[in-house]
Design a protein around this ligand. Structure first.
Ligand code: 3PG
Ligand code: MG
Length: 398
C-alpha cells in the first residue's frame, strides 16, 4: 500500500476528520438505501473505540446556491445512528464557529456529522481557504469516500495536503479489491461491460481492451458493435454515429490480444415495455421492426463458458433492459454463473459503477460477488485508468 491506513496512523484521543460519502438516496426525508452508511460503520467504530472524536465530512446532492433543506445532511443523521448503534451529533456548518463549537461539545469516542460541504462554493473549487478551514477542525484526516475520490474537492483532495492523512477501512478495501481485479490480477481476466451507450464508455472500453483478456459486451452498446460489424440491428438501441469508434476499439483489442465477446442471440421485441411480446432469435435474424431487449440463452451459455475459463472478473453495467421483466434474464443468469464460480473459489469477481449494483441486487447475487464497490462515477473513472485525485492525495502522505 502506498498510503497510510488505520494500522499505521495513531488516532488515539485525537480529533479525526473522516471524509465519508453520505450522498445516499433519500425519499421523503428517509434514507432508502443504507449501503454506503453500513460500509462506513467499521471505520467510525474503530476510530471511536480509540477514544478519538469522530468528525464526519461529506457532500450531499449537488447544491449550487448555498444551504437548502433539501440537501441538508441532517436527513441522514438518524440512519447513521441506527447503523452505528450510538448517538450522532450534528453541526449546522462544516467550517467556522458552529463546527468548532460542536466539536468542542463532542465527548471522546463521540461521532458528529458536519453539514454538507457543498454548501460552500469553495468545496467544488478545491479552494485552499476552505481546505484550511476544514483542516483547522482536527488533527488527522481519514478519507473513507472512495466513491467521491474522482472529485478534486477541498474535502477530498485539498485537505489531504494539510493534515497527516490515511485511508479508512472502506477506502482501503475498495483499493485492495480493485487492485486485485485490474492492477495485479490473476489471469485470464474477463470484463463484462454493459449499458446503453458506448459514447459514455469510450475511454473505459479503450482502457479495458488493453488490460483484460476477454471483454464481454452487453446491453445497448453491444448493438452498436454488431452494427459496426455490418449486422442489421432493426429498431434496437444503437449509436450508428459511433460505428467508427466501435471499430477502433475492436482493432485495438485485436492488437492487444483481447477477445471481444458479443451477443449471438437475443430477446427480440417490438415494444420497449415489461412483458412485451418477444421471441428468441439469432442476432443476424432480427426483423426490421424488432429490437433486441436482452441477450438470449445461447449468449448466456457462451458467456458462462468464457467465465469458467477466467480467474478474475470485473463487471460494470447490465446485459439488457434489466428493469423490464423478462429482459432481465441474461443479466440474472450471467450474474448467477459469476456468483456460483465465486462461491467455488474459481473466480475473483468485482463489480461496481452506475446501475451495476442495482442490477446485481435485482438478480439476488450481489452478496455472491467477491467485492461490490460502493462507487458509481469513481468506479468508472478507475476502469478508465484515470488517477483518482482523492486517492493520489493520500498516496503523497505515505
Ligand atoms: C456519487 O454518488 O457518485 C458520489 O457521491 C459523487 O457524487 P457527485 O457525482 O455529485 O460528485
Ligand atoms: Mg456521481
Amino acid at each position: 500500500m502506498r498510503f497510510q491506513t488505520l494500522d499505521t496512523i495513531d488516532v488515539s484521543a485525537k480529533t479525526v476528520l473522516v471524509r465519508a460519502d453520505l450522498n445516499v438516496p433519500v425519499a421523503d426525508g428517509q434514507v432508502t438505501d443504507t449501503t454506503r452508511i453500513d460500509r462506513l460503520v467499521p471505520t467510525l467504530k474503530e476510530i471511536a473505540a480509540k477514544g478519538a472524536k469522530v468528525v464526519i465530512m461529506s457532500h450531499f446532492g449537488r447544491p449550487k446556491n448555498g444551504p437548502d433543506t433539501k440537501n441538508s445532511l441532517r436527513q441522514v443523521v438518524a440512519a447513521v445512528e441506527q447503523a452505528l448503534g450510538a448517538p450522532v451529533a450534528f453541526a449546522e456548518d462544516c467550517v467556522g464557529e458552529r463546527a468548532v463549537a460542536a466539536i468542542a461539545a463532542l465527548p471522546a469516542g463521540g461521532v458528529l456529522i458536519l453539514e454538507n460541504t457543498r454548501f460552500h462554493a469553495g468545496e467544488e473549487k478545491n479552494d485552499p481557504e476552505l481546505a484550511k478551514g476544514l483542516a483547522a477542525l482536527g488533527d488527522i484526516y481519514v478519507n473513507d469516500a472512495f466513491s467521491s475520490a474522482h472529485r478534486a474537492h477541498a474535502s477530498t483532495e485539498g485537505i489531504a495536503h494539510l493534515l497527516p492523512s490515511a485511508a479508512g477501512r472502506l477506502m482501503q478495501a475498495e483499493l485492495e479489491a480493485l487492485g486485485k481485479a485490474l492492477a495485479a490480477p490473476e489471469r485470464p481476466v474477463a470484463a463484462v461491460v454493459g449499458g446503453a451507450k458506448i459514447s459514455t464508455k469510450l475511454d473505459l472500453l479503450l482502457n479495458m481492451v488493453s488490460k483484460v483478456d476477454i471483454l464481454i459486451l452487453g446491453g445497448g452498446m453491444a448493438n452498436t458493435f454488431l452494427f459496426a460489424k455490418g449486422v442489421s440491428v432493426g429498431k434496437s438501441l444503437c449509436e450508428a454515429d459511433m460505428a467508427d469508434q466501435a471499430r477502433a476499439i475492436m482493432e485495438k483489442a485485436a492488437g492487444s490480444g483481447c477477445e471481444i465477446v458479443l451477443p449471438v442471440d437475443g430477446l427480440m421485441a417490438r415494444e420497449f415495455k415489461a412483458n412485451a411480446d418477444h421471441r428468441v432469435a439469432a442476432v443476424t435474424d432480427i426483423q426490421d421492426g424488432e429490437m433486441m431487449l436482452d441477450a438470449g440463452p445461447a449468449t448466456v451459455e457462451l458467456v458462462g463458458r468464457k467465465l469458467e475459463g477466467a480467474k478474475t472478473l470485473v463487471w460494470n453495467g447490465p446485459f439488457g433492459a434489466f428493469e423490464l421483466v423478462p429482459f432481465d434474464s441474461a443479466t440474472n443468469a450471467v450474474a448467477a454463473i459469476a456468483a456460483n464460480l465465486t462461491a467455488q473459489g474459481k473466480l475473483l469477481s468485482v463489480a461496481g459503477g452506475g446501475d451495476t449494483v442495482a442490477a446485481l441486487e435485482h438478480a439476488g447475487v450481489a452478496q455472491g460477488f467477491s467485492y461490490v464497490s460502493t462507487a458509481g462515477g469513481a468506479f468508472l473513472e478507475w476502469l478508465e485508468g484515470k488517477e483518482l485525485p482523492g486517492v493520489a492525495a493520500l498516496e503523497k502522505h505515505a
